[in-house]
Design a protein around this ligand. Structure first.
Ligand SMILES: [Zn+2]
Length: 230
């Protein structure tokens, strides 16, 4: 997959054996995907994207509004996902250490100060997600370093709006989206593998796909699952 940028909007570009162009905008963050016939040239693709900008912007605006309407408040009774499972949030006031923990495979107990703000509660939960990813990811990196014969120098976790992960090939550093903590382990492993395959091949071309087919034959199914297309 390539990315083209039109007026600050990153568009995922997929070349396929198709006759017509397919343009889609996905919730929740308005990711834009453009599938085009294999032989279509870059100039034609770009002018098509530009001609569709009003529609793209309208869709993205709609999702942005929806996202705001369903924004979390981090109060007891809300549903929050962790590793692909839905949990009930249970907010508990404490004067001790503010933190989150799983209880009985049912709840995420969130310990916070009395009167804490939404932002603070969100931050404590995010920190818990981050800590979990920091434990989950290294064994996957080690496993796939051995299989692929590559070396990852460093990895980091950060909140990203439109990507599940990125790879800095020169520094051999991968970045994983904090939001992945909400997805199941096979989705997390798939992203680790995807980013590590970039150490073998920079572009999302056939060579890249051949590696993915070899290492994770189910990768397309997992990808659709991850992007809510399953
Ligand atoms: Zn990639």
């Amino acid at each position: 997959m390539d990315i083209i940028t039109v007026e600050n909007i990153d568009i995922d570009l997929i070349r396929k054996k198709i006759k017509n162009i397919h343009l889609s905008v996905y919730p929740p963050d308005g990711r834009v995907r453009l599938a085009v016939p294999e032989q279509m040239d870059d100039e034609a693709i770009r002018s098509f994207a530009v001609s569709k900008l009003p529609w793209i912007n309208k869709q993205r605006k709609k999702f942005a509004t929806q996202e705001r309407l369903t924004e979390r408040e981090f109060v007891s009774g809300e549903s929050h996902y962790f590793l692909g499972t839905r949990y009930l949030l249970n907010v508990i006031e404490t004067t001790g250490k503010q933190h989150a923990e799983l209880r009985n495979d049912e709840c995420i107990d969130l310990y916070v100060r009395s009167g804490s703000s939404v932002e603070k509660r969100e931050k404590i939960l995010s920190e818990w997600y981050r800590q979990n990813l920091k434990e989950i990811i290294p064994p996957y990196i080690e496993k796939w370093e051995n299989i692929m014969g590559v070396k990852v120098n460093d990895f980091g976790i950060k909140l990203m709006k439109t990507r599940w992960g990125t790879c800095n090939i020169r520094d051999k550093r991968i970045w994983i989206n904090l939001e992945l903590a909400k997805k199941n382990l096979r989705c997390i492993e798939y992203i680790v593998v995807h980013e590590m395959v970039h150490l073998l091949e920079k572009y999302h071309n056939q060579i890249f796909k051949n590696y993915m087919n070899k290492f994770l034959p189910d990768w397309k199914i997992i990808k659709d699952e991850l992007n809510g297309l399953a």
